[in-house]
Design a protein around this ligand. Sequence first.
Ligand code: APR
Length: 231
Amino acid sequence: MKSIVILTGAGISAESGLKTFRDSDGLWEGYDIAEVATPEAWQRNPALVQEFYNMRRKSVLEAKPNEAHYALAKLEDKFNVTIITQNIDDLHERAGSTNVVHLHGIITRSQSSINPNLTYPINGWEIKMDEVCELGSPLRAHVVWFGEAVPMIEKAAQICDGAEIFILVGSSLAVYPAAGLIDFVPRHTPKYIIDPKIPYLSDSSFIRIEEKASVGVPQLVNELLTDDLDS
Ligand code: APR
């Protein structure tokens, strides 16, 4: 089976009701990212950071996958599919995708505040301030903050290097190292981008589908599944 690698960003979950980061005025859900998504913010005001991610988790649990998530799951019928997502929601998994790499973590798990390798499932939507990991440190959301290492990046780069078809959906490519992943995709691999406002791309070989994810992704998936039947 041919391998397809899909890199997704906040845009794929926009139509599920989860806000993107950079479509509005630089604030995310009314917050300055630096005030809630950095190790310094956690040092300064852990309760605020906890509360912020508890609210985000609540929204994620209430959201449902959309047509784009479901279409990507369907690709597994005919292709060897890996989704690399920058999103901290679990909508790809809930739509049925079985091979998802979460570059920036996943909000449905908690993480030790002193050892990022210790992660746990969360009962319900809330992490309470008195909950601790097995080392006795407070639990926080299992997400990668600005200024923290991105442990999955090397694995993700290797996956991109093996892509026979590459699809980018709903990312402004403003955040590194994730944005640099497209440089690991082999030169002659067919590449597609689906975004209603396509960001600047240094690579001009991308086939541009200027549509919302719920329209563009099912269309492309149908084409790929049909082409595969023909070949
Ligand atoms: N369908 C597809 N794309 C969409 C849609 C939609 N319905 N709506 C918006 N978009 C596109 C926007 O045009 C934009 O290019 O999604 C992109 C969203 O970009 P960002 O908000 O910057 O999100 P993302 O690229 O995922 O951000 C990367 O930044 O703050 C961090 O860690 C956070 O993972 C996040 C990272």
